[in-house]
Design a binder for this molecule. Structure first.
Ligand code: PGA
Length: 260
């Protein structure tokens, strides 16, 4: 893992946006894996800014979102469909038919999940997957004890995740219990992964992911097995990393030819 400790969330998001831009320049047909939640908001704002400045073009790109709540209609303000439209898609030129988000109202969830997996494969696989991390170490909505080989499927949220996400709803009771999420095996097939984590509340999960044992109790720890992972952190999220001085040392001495 490449650990990039930035002065703050905005500079980390800028670096992550530069990486997305660089990918789209070298591969205009890139397939992006996208995340929701508070963490990627500044990244999406930066991507929109780059698009407005004609520095990035999504006309040939496509995307697959990690997850969606079961039972929320696409137009529900807390659905991830709404989140993505509001915070990214309505501002950029990715064709609507190239945007993929699991359908929270799918009648046959297993078939829908299988079809989602097939669409990722047919698109050529995900080039760059953007991830956040839950305070419980989840990636996507793969909660602790998820199979490290899992595929897109239904999951039941932990009460901790429901309460972490309650801020997007009027009340805790409204937060769905079930979701469709890409599996850990699905995420691990992405060619490259950028995980962002900001704030003190993520410090424990980040340290367990980077320096702890690989265990389904901390689903993000499987990323230690992926050859191309960048972890963008602010200082508070990096606070519990015991080797953070080493990570800074490595980043400061990164050879100039080794670009994003
Ligand atoms: P957050 O969620 O960005 O809202 O903190 C991250 C996650 O649950 O993966």
């Amino acid at each position: 893992m490449e650990i990039i400790i930035c002065p703050d969330a905005d500079s980390a998001s800028l670096s992550a946006a530069d990486q997305v831009a660089s990918l789209l320049h070298s591969k205009p047909t890139a397939v992006l894996g996208l995340a929701t939640g508070g963490t990627p908001l500044a990244l999406y704002s930066e991507i929109i800014r780059k698009y407005q400045k004609h520095q990035i073009n999504f006309s040939q790109a496509s995307s697959f979102n990690l997850d969606e709540y079961i039972g929320l209609a696409p137009g529900h303000p807390a659905s991830y469909q709404s989140f993505m439209q509001e915070n990214l898609f309505r501002h950029i030129n990715m064709p609507a038919e190239s945007v993929h988000i699991p359908d929270g109202l799918a009648v046959d969830v297993p078939s829908h999940c299988l079809a989602y997996e097939n669409s990722i494969r047919e698109a050529g696989g995900i080039d760059l997957q953007i991830l956040g991390i839950g305070t419980d170490g989840h990636i996507g909505f793969n909660e602790p004890t998820s199979s490290l080989a899992s595929r897109t499927r239904i999951k039941t949220l932990t009460e901790r995740t429901r309460s972490d996400n309650a801020r997007f709803f009027h009340s805790m009771e409204e937060v769905p219990h079930h979701v469709i999420t890409m599996g850990i095996g699905t995420i691990m097939e992405s060619r490259a992964i950028s995980l962002l984590a900001f704030g003190e509340s993520k410090a424990r999960a980040v340290a367990d992911m980077v320096e702890g044992p690989i265990t389904s109790s901390v689903p993000a720890s499987i990323l230690q097995m992926h050859p191309t992972v960048r972890v963008f952190l602010d200082e508070p999220a990096a606070a519990l990393l015991s080797r953070r001085d080493y990570y800074r040392h490595v980043f400061a001495r990164k050879p100039s030819w080794q670009k994003w």
